[in-house]
Design a protein around this ligand. Structure first.
Ligand code: C2E
Ligand code: MN
Length: 406
């Protein structure tokens, strides 16, 4: 199958620009050998390359290119399939944009086309060319320092040095994980994540219950979470609790039960954030909205969790605007390498900013992911990079520290 990949990258400072021709000549013979053709643009700082050929060959060459030390911040913009090559003549053609004016280069690119029909800029791939030549997206080319310019060393605190707490007699337990603001070095909130008493996953806990029991168990478990949080000394902190949206609808008096447990453990509602975890569609939206209104009138703030996954999409956000949304790991993973993820996250940020909704990135594992997200305007993060959930205890937090000399 004919595959097309387009990427953009940043030339490394120590690469002399006059070695480009030589670099392209080597790439040319390598690509021709692998049956990969394409075109390469260079604007003095950034490369923009289109690669075409059989799927496996293009992928292999692209992986090789990603590892090339002469450039960095490689971002895949397009991966698509088509009937035939756009630029089938040479292994790789180089255009140094500094030598042409805009219209000239756009025409020359079209002239290099080898398709049966005259190519036009209606094609998605060629629109990426035009955008690169026009530099209209340049503000979004974040230049990230290397991942190893930061250290992440967990630091114990009085909270993390406490012994682990066991929820005696309960059928569940909780692990705690912080949502952090790394630049302020502040914990925004502590999320309580349900576990079996032996520390197994939420799925393992809920799988033992019948459909009818799930909602009661979900609600009742919050008493365990609050009591553990109380024993762990989180009374001055913000606490995030997960609930299925239908728990508040299906369990009569759920909000009152929650408020009683909050007060009984020495918390006030303003410290509590309820994260709606969508594993099912909200089937009775009016009743759900009623419960949210009850939570909000009591002073509890609400979050749409797993935003961008499953049922937690744009339709839900159109129907109801929470205090915060949490962008799911599915969108966060490898965001620094993916043009589509970057575009989606930037759109989410823009949308949240217009609606004055706070946003947080969940499942951040890599320094590069964090650096990209921070550059895009996200300041709240949750993920293994900073702290993993710890059963019955408060984890130490690894705040990013810039390495000396960098
Ligand atoms: P969630 O609310 O999005 O919680 C974050 C999940 O991401 C947690 O999984 C956490 O362990 C995981 N996580 C945190 N950092 C990273 C990371 O850097 N990389 C990766 N790959 N994962 C990370 P966990 O604890 O297994 O929870 C899964 C889901 O179970 C939660 O997702 C939440 O939707 C649900 N859940 C947890 N507690 C409760 C609860 O009390 N009630 C209900 N209804 N659902 C709950
Ligand atoms: Mn959550």
């Amino acid at each position: 199958m004919l595959t097309t990949i387009i990427y953009r990258s940043h030339i490394c400072e120590d690469v002399p620009v006059n070695t480009l021709e030589e670099m392209v000549a080597t790439a040319n013979s390598k690509n021709r050998h692998a049956n990969v053709t394409g075109i390469l643009l260079f604007n003095g700082t950034h490369f923009f390359q289109l690669l075409e050929g059989p799927a496996e060959d293009v992928t292999a060459i692209y992986q090789h290119i990603c590892r090339d030390p002469r450039h960095h911040n490689v971002v895949e913009l397009l991966s698509d399939h088509g009937p035939n090559r756009r630029f089938g003549n040479v292994g790789m053609e180089l255009f140094d944009l500094r030598k042409y004016d805009r219209d000239e280069v756009l025409q020359k690119v079209l002239d290099k086309g080898t398709t049966k029909y005259q190519m036009t800029y209606n094609d998605r791939a060629l629109q990426f060319f035009r955008t690169f030549v026009d530099a209209t997206e340049k503000a979004n080319y974040f230049e990230l320092p290397p991942a190893d310019s930061w250290d992440f060393i967990p630091e114990d605190t009085p909270l993390s040095l406490q012994p682990e707490v066991v929820a005696k007699g309960a059928d569940c337990s909780f692990a705690f994980q912080p949502i952090v603001d790394p630049f302020m070095q502040q914990v925004v909130s502590w999320e309580a994540l349900i576990r079996t008493p032996t520390g197994d996953s939420p799925k393992a806990y809920f799988d033992t219950l019948s459909q009818a029991e799930i909602y009661w168990a979900d609600l009742n478990s919050k008493q365990v979470a609050l009591s553990m949080a109380c024993t762990l000394g989180l009374q001055t902190q913000v606490l995030s609790l997960n609930l299925l949206p239908m728990t508040l609808v299906n369990v009569p008096g759920a909000v009152d039960t929650l408020l009683t447990a909050i007060a009984a453990n020495g918390f006030v509602p303003e410290q509590i954030n309820i994260e709606f975890t969508e594993s099912e569609a909200i089937s009775r939206f009016d009743e759900f909205s009623h419960s949210v209104r009850q939570l909000k009138s009591a002073g509890i703030s609400v979050t749409i969790d797993h935003f961008g996954a499953g049922f937690a999409g744009l339709q839900l956000l159109a129907q109801f605007q929470p205090d915060r949304i949490k962008i799911n790991r599915d969108l966060i993973a490898n965001v620094h390498k993916s043009g589509p993820r970057q575009a989606i996250i930037q759109a989410i940020i823009k949308c949240c900013a217009s609606l004055e909704i706070r946003f947080c990135a969940v499942g951040v594992e890599l320094a590069e992911e964090w650096m990209w997200l921070e550059s895009a305007g996200i300041s709240e993060f949750q993920g293994h990079l900073f702290a993993s959930p710890r059963l019955g205890a408060i984890p130490a937090i690894a705040w990013p520290e810039k390495k000396y000399g960098l």
